[in-house]
Design a protein around this ligand. Structure first.
Ligand SMILES: Nc1nc2c(ncn2[C@@H]2O[C@H](COP(=O)(O)OP(=O)(O)OP(=O)(O)O)[C@@H](O)[C@H]2O)c(=O)[nH]1
Ligand SMILES: [Mg+2]
Length: 246
């Protein structure tokens, strides 16, 4: 529990054998439910996650997708389980150890104080951004963050690609999880749907972590191609919803 809220953390993991055990072990003690979603990994992610879950009995469940469905779909699966378990706030921490567990309370505070419904990390508010994040990621992120400001209508947010987030269950219940884009591009789509739901979104500083063994599933095929189309779709969905209301 944290500030009287039952806290869940969803951890999507795909081929994260190197990092998943440590990621689960390092989840702060304030977290009541850890929902790890293995997305049909080809490596030892599943047994390693199960071993780490046994070290935290009663708190951690490992859910398995029978086939790979994408990071967005894995997060949606985790969200559904967290709602079933009665979590009030549900955070997302990637299974690749790139999120600092010490930042978690900062993500929940605006929700606990009823200032936000959805809080996302913003690594550009952290002083280490320019030294820690690779230039290729900075360039891509600047472009996508600027575009997402327009498509979502949230002009005050940045670092749209940061996956470190927290959401109140009240808002989560209003999002059609089945309709969300299932792969990379998911956070951009979610922001437009949060705007349609009238959610209050707040950015907080989080530490950018790109260790010496950093590997990523993002490449030209997985990200650069689908994301512009996802943005276009999210934008038109949001504008159509606004027209219907007016
Ligand atoms: N469940 C699931 N998780 C995935 C999939 N692809 C990536 N992930 C997870 O999503 C998280 C983020 O993936 P990355 O490819 O590292 O992307 P990122 O951290 O946003 O971007 P980088 O800055 O490139 O590291 C990790 O925990 C991955 O294991 C997938 O197909 N299914
Ligand atoms: Mg990563």
């Amino acid at each position: 529990m944290y500030r009287s809220l039952r806290v869940g953390v969803v951890i999507p993991a795909y081929n994260e054998a190197r990092a998943i055990g440590r990621t689960i072990a390092d989840v702060p003690a304030l977290v009541d439910d850890i929902l790890v979603v293995d997305d049909a990994s080809h490596d030892a992610t599943l047994p390693l996650a199960q071993a780490a879950a046994q070290a935290r009995p009663g708190t951690t469940v490992v859910i398995q997708h029978a086939a790979n469905r994408g990071v967005g779909a894995a997060i949606s699966t985790g969200y559904r389980h967290a709602l079933d378990r009665g979590c009030d706030v549900i955070a997302v921490m990637a299974g690749d150890g790139q999120m600092d567990p010490e930042d978690l309370p900062r993500l929940i505070d605006p929700i606990a104080e009823d200032r936000a419904d959805y809080v996302k990390g913003n690594r550009f508010l952290h002083p280490e951004i320019w030294t820690a994040m690779p230039p290729s990621r900075i360039v891509g992120n600047l472009a996508l963050s600027a575009a997402t400001r327009i498509t979502s209508g949230y002009r005050h947010i940045f670092d749209s690609q940061c996956g470190y987030t927290a959401m109140h269950r009240r808002v989560l219940a209003e999002i059609d999880l089945d309709a969300l884009f299932p792969r990379y591009g998911y956070p951009n789509d979610l922001l437009s749907r949060l705007a349609i739901a009238g959610a209050r979104v707040v950015d907080v500083p989080v530490r950018p972590i790109y260790g010496p063994h950093w590997k990523s599933g993002i490449n030209l095929r997985t990200a650069v191609h689908p994301i512009p189309w996802v943005l276009l779709r999210s934008w038109s969905t949001r504008l159509a919803a606004r027209l219907r209301r007016e």
